[in-house]
Design a protein around this ligand. Structure first.
Ligand SMILES: Nc1nc2c(ncn2[C@@H]2O[C@H](COP(=O)(O)OP(=O)(O)OP(=O)(O)O)[C@@H](O)[C@H]2O)c(=O)[nH]1
Ligand SMILES: Nc1nc2c(ncn2[C@@H]2O[C@H](COP(=O)(O)OP(=O)(O)OP(=O)(O)O)[C@@H](O)[C@H]2O)c(=O)[nH]1
Ligand SMILES: [Mg+2]
Ligand SMILES: [Mg+2]
Lengths: 282, 291
């Protein structure tokens, strides 16, 4: 067999359908397929397996490398407390993910404070309280209707005074189109900065893997308003593939840090680009 | 907009008299991209384009409409037709209490919708009872109880029981407290979670709801069809509620779900407050999907 740089048209159509069904998006699919064709022309292949490998590598290379992939709970030298702010639209899985993340840090020997800065939604405090109990970490909260920025500020202050290692701030779900709510998010970030000049050290945008192309608008606006440093993709234990994450990570140039794979405390995994790409084809 | 895009593509149609396969191939590609961008399911898009092509072929290009406007009109009309031209109401029982069951994926907006529906029915003179049958999610019961207090609607639950017993007990409780509509909020669940799907099947079998509503987040992508199909096969829901339409998602899932499972969209959620509930208007949805 001699090496070829061509891909069968039928195969390309099948590939396109897999990507569209996975929510990769029509435009991103076109770009990805063009890049695959270019790569294949350049490196050439002899067997189907080789072609599959080229395709998978091309896809995995789209992701911004997650520098903490090997050690996801790494805290950079000299940062104490390490402050993480969690944002995203309604129902994406922020509160649940924070419970899981707090537990991970706790199990790694870190002292964690959780800030219940969703002071709007019914029983948001109670929900986060249960997670704090399960993870065995401290929670700072104020009554429903209080200023979320004040809760965030309080949490970082308390963590500092207790010499805690990690602070995770939960915020209310909000649609990126609501200007006043995005302004509120800026205010929460400013309050965190006031209480600790280099904080927040991470701003994680939580995306529901069932989301379609609207995820691009979400990422764009949350990034414009507070600056996103990482992504979390939830509900990957379902049938959705979360393919929008390719275009999103390219758009705002950030790594995917974790994936949510269920509703229990242990259902959080560090993002692995190879595994994610493999799951696209399963 | 799609009309502008199509006008650019179709300006060569002017003076050609009729629409032919060759002269609209490019415009159909534009329509396909617009619909996929709007999160309409890929299979639904294929069928839809075929229908639009058939309806467009041979059409006279009336000089009063630009060719782009003509095709968009065909598309718009076809969308409205598919989205359902009948205003679909909730089924009430002739013998109270009417029982409404709310189901869907995690985080789609079921609990909030249950509160909104209770609020709406109360304003129409009904005496609703909210039932907190989600015993899994932390503080789910607290959430519904808080919503119930806000609108002064009673919430029934039993923190020692499982969802099936809670649902069963709620009907007797409704009768004994003269509530004429029971709204059962259930836990979010994956369509592929066998145990959880069996749970909703058994609740349905036990309380025999007059209405089962499938609550879907309007920003859902291609997965809308997969999940709607399975939920429909397992519990044959009566209608769909599309939430979070106060955002800027195009909401193509509306078309996907409606055309695949043939069930009407009855309500849309347009905000977090309990008065943010509207009836579904196919014309508005069609314009939104077209972008
Ligand atoms: N199956 C599954 N469900 C999840 C996952 N993550 C979160 N959920 C569920 O999704 C629903 C919403 O989760 P929350 O943590 O309340 O989401 P949120 O973003 O905090 O919601 P708001 O604060 O209301 O915006 C809950 O039922 C969670 O149990 C996941 O990875 N898999
Ligand atoms: N903007 C907006 N937010 C909504 C709407 N409906 C619900 N929400 C929000 O979406 C989030 C999830 O709503 P819930 O009612 O908790 O969803 P759920 O389906 O009961 O969630 P689970 O029980 O965990 O499956 C909350 O933050 C709600 O306030 C809507 O129409 N618009
Ligand atoms: Mg939350
Ligand atoms: Mg709920």
């Amino acid at each position: 067999i001699s090496a070829t740089g061509k891909i069968d048209e039928n195969f390309l159509e099948q590939l396109e359908e897999i990507f569209i069904r996975a929510d990769v998006g029509a435009e991103a699919t076109q770009t990805i397929i063009e890049n695959i064709k270019k790569k294949v022309k350049e490196v050439r292949y002899e067997t189907q397996e080789e072609l599959q490998t080229i395709i998978r590598e091309q896809l995995a290379s789209i992701f911004v490398p997650n520098k903490y992939e090997e050690e996801p709970l790494t805290i950079p030298e000299g940062i104490k407390p390490y402050v993480i702010m969690v944002v995203g639209v309604n129902g994406a899985g922020k509160t649940t993910t924070i419970g899981k993340l707090a537990n991970r840090y706790k199990e790694a020997g870190k002292e964690v404070f959780i800030g219940a800065a969703d002071t709007f939604r019914a029983a948001a405090n109670e929900q986060l309280e249960v997670w704090a109990q399960r993870a065995g970490v401290k929670i700072i909260q104020q009554k429903q209707g209080s200023d979320p920025a004040a809760v965030a500020f309080d949490t970082v202050q308390s963590a500092q005074s207790k010499n805690a290692d990690v602070v995770i701030i939960d915020t209310a779900g909000r649609l990126h189109t609501k200007t006043h709510l995005m302004e509120e998010l800026k205010k929460i970030k400013r309050a965190i900065q006031k209480s600790h000049s280099t904080a927040p050290h991470e701003i994680l945008l939580v995306l529901d893997s069932t989301t379609g192309q609207n995820a691009l608008q979400q990422a764009k606006l949350f990034n414009e308003v507070v600056g996103v440093t990482g992504l979390i993709l939830t509900k990957l234990d379902g049938t959705a593939k979360g393919g929008i994450v390719f275009a999103v990570s390219r758009l705002i140039n950030v790594p995917v840090r974790y994936i949510g794979v269920g509703e229990q405390m242990d259902d959080l995994q560090p993002f692995n680009s190879k595994k994610f790409v493999e799951a696209l084809f399963s | 907009t799609l009309t502008q895009k199509l006008d650019t593509v179709l300006h060569k149609l002017r003076g050609q008299g009729r629409i032919s396969e060759t002269n609209i191939a490019e415009s159909l590609r534009e329509v396909r991209l617009a619909l996929l961008d709007a999160d309409v399911n890929i299979q639904v898009v294929k069928d839809f384009i075929d229908t639009v092509q058939k309806k467009s072929l041979g059409q006279e290009v009336i000089t009063s409409l630009s060719p782009g406007q003509l095709i968009v009109k065909i598309i718009y009309d076809e969308l409205v037709k598919l989205l359902g031209t009948e205003k679909e109401e909730i089924q009430f029982s002739t013998t109270p209490p009417s029982i409404i069951m709310v189901v869907g994926l995690q985080g789609s907006g079921k609990t909030t919708f249950s509160g909104k529906l209770a609020n709406l029915l109360k304003s129409k003179g009904k005496n609703p009872l909210l039932v907190a049958a989600d015993t899994y999610r932390p503080a789910a019961i607290d959430q519904l109880e808080t919503l119930g207090k806000t609108i002064d609607v009673p919430v029934f639950t039993n923190r020692k029981e499982k969802p099936l017993s809670i649902a069963k007990q709620s009907i007797d409780h409704a009768r004994s407290t003269m509530r004429d509509v029971v709204i059962i909020d259930t836990a979010g669940r994956l369509a592929i979670d066998e145990e959880m799907m069996q749970e909703v099947e058994s609740i349905k079998k036990s309380v025999q709801p007059d209405e089962i509503l499938f609550v879907v987040d309007a920003m859902i992508g291609q997965d809308a069809v997969t999940t709607a199909k399975i939920f429909n096969e397992r519990i044959n829901f009566d209608g769909v509620v599309l939430t979070k339409l106060d955002g800027d998602t195009r909401g193509g899932a509306a078309l996907s779900i409606r055309s695949i499972v043939q069930k009407p969209i009855k309500f849309i959620g347009v905000g977090e407050k309990l008065d943010a509930l509207e009836l579904f208007y196919p014309e508005r949805m069609a314009s939104r999907i077209l972008g």
